[in-house]
Design a protein around this ligand. Sequence first.
Ligand SMILES: Cc1cc2nc3c(=O)[nH]c(=O)nc-3n(C[C@H](O)[C@H](O)[C@H](O)COP(=O)(O)O)c2cc1C
Length: 198
Amino acid sequence: MSAARQPEYRIDPQFTERWSPRAFTGEALDFGTLLTILEAARWAPSGSNLQPWRFIYGLRGTPAFEPLLATLAESNRVWARQAGALVLVLSRTQRVVPGKEEPQPITSHAFDAGAAWMSLALQAQALGWHAHAMGGFDRAVARESLGIPADHALHAVVALGRRGEASLLPPALQEREQPNARLPLAALVAEGKFGFEG
Ligand SMILES: Cc1cc2nc3c(=O)[nH]c(=O)nc-3n(C[C@H](O)[C@H](O)[C@H](O)COP(=O)(O)O)c2cc1C
């Protein structure tokens, strides 16, 4: 791993080895591997075990791929079109509670969907694929074209792909095609009350 990816404390290498490349070979992801990756997401923890995450997928070379691709910002579409599959991560924001007339909010839906996305990414990495989440997509277009109801939040479109050479990318993106670093742990952690370095 690169110098940027050295942990301050020894951890399982899966955490530093996972990263989000953009150079994908164009190899299609097979359905079985996709299901294995989503199976990992299914086992994420969630508030009250409500499992609010949902996934809408399109495998490369199938009719479901293009509508997902079309939701992406151009800056993402330029490289994500080479992905083996695209997966939209969404979550239910409300639930019906017995005895209550109105649907009740699922307060942890975004937190839970984030946990599921990470499980998905780590499982993809373990299988020799890479996952790259994108917040840069048109949520209104996705909601309309994919038929997503108002009580579901749209979080990210994830490109799943087999990593290729950086030379596959436009020149501006080639320079960025490397694992990045992290803030120091001291900037993220405080004892007892709010107070962070930096
Ligand atoms: C919610 C979310 C949205 C993101 N949106 C984009 C995006 O629109 N385009 C992009 O190229 N990368 C996007 N990324 C990738 C991040 O830039 C990347 O995860 C971050 O720089 C850390 O790098 P790493 O994943 O390689 O460790 C997104 C990541 C997340 C989790």
